[in-house]
Design a protein around this ligand. Sequence first.
Ligand code: URA
Length: 274
Amino acid sequence: MTPESAPTIQQLLAFYLEAGVDCALTDEPVNRLSDPDIMSITREAAPAQPVRTIPAPPAAIPAARAEAPAAPEAAILSAREAARTASSLEALRALMETFDGCALKSTATRLVFADGNPQARIMFVGEAPGREEDIEGLPFVGRSGKLLDRMIAAIGLDRSSVYIANVIPWRPPGNRTPTPQETQICLPFIQRQIELVNPDVLVTLGNPSTQTLLSTREGIMKTRGRWFDYDTGTRTIRALATFHPAYLLRSPSYKRMAWQDLRAIAKALEQVSA
Ligand code: URA
C-alpha cells in the first residue's frame, strides 16, 4: 500500500479556508491531542486503532477556542451597565472598544460600529459583520452590502441619509452564527445605539436581527413586511422587518417582496414628515 503523502502547508491552508477558518486565534499552534486529560478519556473510550501520523498544523492556524470569556450573566450585566452610561454615540463606541465581556472581540480584527449618518431618520440593523466588514471596520461593505446600497437607492436614499449597524459588532470567526449568549451580551449596545440615533423608522434585516430586536419568535417569512412598535424606553419607533440582502442574493425571487417592503418604508418616512 502506498503511504499517503502529508499535505503541504498550502493545501492545509486551502483546506482551512474552504472550511471557513480564516483567522488565527493565537500565534502558536496548540496541539490539543497532547493534553493528558483528554488523551486518557479518549484512550478509555476508543478501541485500539493503528497509529497514523497527523501533520501538526502550521503556525498561526486557529486554536480551537479563544480565551475564556466572562460568565455570560456577568458580561450581560456589565454590557447593560456600560451601555446605560453612554450619553452619545462617540461615548458608546469608545466604551465598546474597551469592553472585554464578549469573546468575539478577541477573534475579530476590529469593532464594526456603524456607517452612515447619525442624524438619519432611518436605521438599518443586520446580524453581524463578515470578512470584508471586519477588514474595513464598516458594516455591509461586502456583496450583501452592495445589494443593500441598491435597495436603499431604490427609495432615493444613500449612506449619507441612512444609518447602518449590526446586532453583533464583532465578526464571529468563519462567519459562524453568533451564539445566544453572544447576542445577549451585545444586545444592550445595539439597543442604546438605536436609542441614541433615535430614527423615525427602524428596519431589521433578516431573521436574527428581527427576532432579537423585535422580540418575536416568528420566522422572517411571517414577519417581513409587518410593522412593529420598537420601544427605546424613551420613545416608540415604527419598525419594519425585511429580508437580509444576503438571503436575497441566494433567493432573488424574494426581491419582489423586498421591494414592497421598501415602498412601505418610503411611505412611512413621508407620513412621519408630513
Ligand atoms: N451581514 C450582516 O448582517 N452585517 C454586515 O455588516 C455584513 C453582512
